[in-house]
Design a protein around this ligand. Sequence first.
Ligand code: HDE
Length: 663
Amino acid sequence: MSNKKQEQLKNVEKNNDDKAMTTNNGVKVSEDENTLTVGERGPSLLEDFHFREKIMHFDHERIPERIVHARGFGAHGEFQVYKDLSEYTSADFLTHPEKTTPVFVRFSTVQGSKGSPDTVRDVRGFATKFYTDEGIFDLVGNDIPVFFIQDAIKFPDLIHAVKPEPHNEMPQGGTAHDTFWDFFAQNPESTHTTVWAMSDRGIPKNFRQIEGFGIHTFRLVNRDGQSYFVKFHWKPVHGLESLVWDEAQILSGKDIDFHRKDLYEAIEKGDYPEWELGLQVIRPEQEFDFDFDILDPTKIWPEDEVPVEIVGKMTLNQNVSNVFDETEQAAFHPGHIVPGIDFSNDPLLQGRLFSYTDTQISRLGGPNFNQIPINRPVNEVHNNQRDAMHQMNVHKGQTAYHNNALNNNDPHTTPKEEGGYEHYQEKVEGRKIQKRSESFKDYYSQAKLYLNSLTKPEFDHTVDGFSFEIGKCKSAMVKQNAVNQLNKVDRALAERVAANVGVEVPEENEEVQTDAKDSKLTMEKFDIPLPGHSVAVLVNGEINEETLKAYAKTFADNKLNYAFVGKQPKDITKDFGITETYDTAHPTLFDSVFVISDGAELSPDAEAFAELTYKHNKPLVVNQAASEKLSNAKLDLNAPGVYISDDAQTIIQAFERARYWDR
Ligand code: HDE
């Protein structure tokens, strides 16, 4: 823990080791099991101040969960830029390749409440706090590069439609209900993002393997005051993977913490999750060169058209010590920016600038939330803001105003040349109006571009996503309206979904006409590195210990996580053995399966395990003896990604692909 933020947090750490218990006023406590009563069986006495304080504190332990992104998980790390980006920006952390900047990242789902499952179909939040030497920069993004709406005034409508319905508070954590699809059909600007959410992108495999997007157009401003439009990207070093829908649904029950556990364990093991920071830059003179408006948050800048320049790397290398103190109290805000970065006029971004501070006041109990340790910058803070709830500082001196002569006019302002923040002097003029720009009105072309860019299996999964979600609606009108919208994007999609959910395909084909594609949108473009993947070894019969150990070594040497699964746990050595049973393990919790037998029959559990792995298109290896016993199982031993072999190396080879969609 050498980074500045970690050191700062260390100073406020509380450790109970060897410490006497005290009240919050520092009085040593002699009794913590029994309240003060009159006699052994008599009434309790209010004068037991330790009891009163303990219960009072407990009664207030919860704070309001976030209105959106309530379910989240965070970790610390650091960021380093690869090269000096002074051409684009004056930001200190982007112009000093020798510096590492502490970061804190919180991943989240959007719709569900704090206790909802991790693997629901939803957009994932990807919020990064950079503790730079010039103050905090928050990149509060998502794992999908576009958003459902174009203007912040519609955010409460979107969220009211997507959240559990008010009359019965269902469903939790998902969009498969009438109000969401009614919103979708009545607000066509949501089409593009919804297509992404219904594709494999809506069910990521874990947090380590998602992309991150700032979504909005920001500005970078260099020392000469020259400005560039920019979009921020995080590219996962570990590749991009998703679950299959059936798997995601099973996992919502088998392991509600599936994503957070993966992140936590990877960091504990030292397999640090990493992302590269990418920039898409558009020069001011190119602002109107595109067939989309670069301020519209429902549009991507296709990477084939505006390539992503990779400029740095972020590594998450430290779990939090306390989830409430750090992750829950973290207050992100897209308005936290540093010199060298500025906003664009994207109307969604502009509205966010109000919302995030406002929400912290009810969530964190007052305007001093920046003083909570996780939210403190690593550089010094001085200003004339005073008092208010939960003030943690003791401000010295007589003056708290500017200008003053009594304190030499301190704290003093700093000119731009010396690092003071100055807003970019964009020239704007116009009438005050409430009207959406005509240039924002093409809702369908990029939704179609996205579909055009998917592989066939990815397109099929998207059909399944829509069919499941629209199919769950109770109102036939809502279903029909939703399919009518799809008909404006892609006729084949509309036809297939209409058939699956039992409504009419609109007579007229209204499909938007474009063959445009972007080669960077399919998830299959990403290489999937082997480390971090997992294998379940199903042990049938009495396999000797040396064989099991040799398998374990091969997996460990290749940085695969592994578990031996049998009918009963069996210690082979102190730290090694059959640790999982069919009660605790499940195929959805592993990326591949290796079935071994010494000739013994396979248990029905083992067969079912192999079948589900097969069904979910994951690598499957069975040894010769096991293959002979699998004749009743519902799987084809000759299918792609299924191997008959006794050699653990075969699993390594089978991971050439994480999923065999052609099975
Ligand atoms: Fe947020 N959003 N949002 N949002 N958002 C919040 O702030 C809001 C939007 C995003 O891990 C809230 O502290 C408005 C886009 C993330 O703590 C709230 C609008 C994007 C997180 C809020 C948007 C996001 C939030 C709730 C429309 C992707 C979780 C609690 C103008 C670029 C941060 C909080 C964390 C959280 C408002 C749209 C991402 C209410 C008004 C677009 C990742 O302030």
